[in-house]
Design a protein around this ligand. Structure first.
Ligand code: SF4
Ligand code: SF4
Length: 399
């Protein structure tokens, strides 16, 4: 195991673990799979051993053997069975930046060729078609046809004040297309001057980062930044928390204002641009990992929900910083569908326990994961993106 990718701080963090197991107790993967090997504490212990095993001739003379290829293979499988939800980091009393550690570890595994082959699909799809689904990227804005009134310009202007960066899941996955369809109509109702990038929008690169392929994101970042700047926009709006986090942390987007849709909607509501009607609905709210723990935005979505007269918000047993992941992150669906479903079940059961009629979230991947679970298992719970809820409350006809 080469330790060149790890920062000095990360190497020190490996030894800072007290073994308290708090990370294991809250890990959605450990709970769903009933497998302690998926926990942070196990992973760190394994890494410490691996570092020691390659610590030079003396260590080897004293019996510390480096892990075999077979050991690596088994370990790698556990590392990728993780949603990168960051809940372990949130509870770690030693303050170890565990999510960053898992990302570096995945980079290490890719570099050493100990990673699931399926991961190559992400890189190949993005190289070939600029989206994770390997669809024709010229169809990226085809969902516009589902608007109440299909705009002549397809919502693509030469210049606009704002760019709405849709993200791959919302653009191509049918169950998630409710997100852009509703958000676009809410933005129209708020008289926001915005444009899409159409086929010039490429995947933001987040799936590569999560896969351990950070080096492959450079060209993508440069392309997307140039496409946005060409529109002379003052900023970018994202409904996808992962795109939003990727842009904030890995794009050099100086001079551009970046907003998650919940933040932008809250601004519009405060400015009196969205006349919200009464809606009698009992809802609960799911904090997407990359918006909540990842971007520390817990309040804007709740402010939007509470601004709708008649909507009652009931919190789940785990919420805000401790919100239980839906199972949709970290490319888990690609690696282990059963575990993905198991985590989604935990989430939906927790939502049902509140007695809410609908679970609201603010992420297309969460919508996709939870709606797919509810549909397949005939669970009587509506899964809605916050843009859909806001649109319901507007003087706009539902489709
Ligand atoms: S990031 Fe989430 S799924 Fe992964 S080890 Fe931590 S708590 Fe478990
Ligand atoms: S919560 Fe932190 S200190 Fe406790 S076992 Fe997990 S990584 Fe170690």
């Amino acid at each position: 195991m080469a330790n060149t990718l790890y920062t000095r701080k990360q190497l020190l963090e490996l030894d800072a673990c007290t073994g308290c197991q708090a990370c294991a107790d809250i890990c959605p993967a450990v709970e769903a799979a009933q497998d302690g090997q998926l926990s942070g504490v196990h992973r760190l212990a394994w890494m410490r051993q691996a570092f020691k095993g390659r610590g030079g001739v003396l260590r080897r003379l004293f019996g510390q053997k480096p892990p075999s290829d077979e050991d690596w293979k088994r370990f790698s499988e556990t590392v990728y069975r993780c949603t990168l939800c960051g809940n372990c980091q949130e509870v770690c009393p030693a303050g170890i930046q565990l999510k960053e550690m898992w990302l570096t570890l995945r980079q290490e595994l890719v570099q050493n060729q100990h990673y699931p082959e399926k991961i190559n699909l992400i890189r190949d799809n993005l190289e070939e078609s600029h989206n994770v689904f390997n669809e024709d990227n010229s169809e990226r804005a085809d969902w516009v046809e589902d608007l109440d009134e299909e705009p002549e310009d397809g919502l693509i202007k030469d210049q606009a004040q704002w760019v709405y960066f849709t993200g791959c899941v919302a653009a191509f996955f049918p169950l998630a297309q409710q997100v852009p369809v509703n958000l676009a109509q809410v933005l129209q109702a708020g008289q926001v001057d915005f444009t899409l990038l159409g086929e010039e929008e490429w995947c933001c690169g987040f799936p590569l980062l999560g896969a351990g392929l950070k080096d492959a994101t450079t060209g993508i970042i440069a392309h997307n930044l140039a496409a946005v700047r060409e529109k002379k926009a003052k900023g970018v709006i994202f409904a996808c928390p992962s795109c939003y986090m990727m842009w904030r942390e890995h794009y050099h987007a100086e001079g551009l204002e970046l907003y998650h849709s919940t933040q932008f909607l809250e601004r519009l509501i405060r400015a009196g641009k969205l006349p919200l009607k009464r809606l009698n609905l009992k809802v609960t709210y799911h904090d997407p990992c990359d918006l909540g723990r990842g971007s520390r935005e817990f309040d804007a979505p709740r402010a939007v929900i509470k601004a709708i007269p008649g909507v009652e918000l009931v919190e789940m047993e785990r919420n805000r910083e401790q919100c239980l992941c839906c199972g949709g992150g970290g490319n888990l669906e690609m690696i282990d569908q059963e575990l993905n479903k198991g985590i989604a079940k935990q989430k939906i059961d927790m939502a049902l326990a509140t007695g809410a009629e609908a679970i609201i979230t603010s992420c297309q991947q969460c919508v996709r994961t939870m709606a797919t679970y509810c549909r397949r298992n005939e669970v009587p719970l509506k899964v809605m993106d916050i843009s859909q809820l806001v649109r319901k409350a507007l003087d706009v006809e539902e489709d």
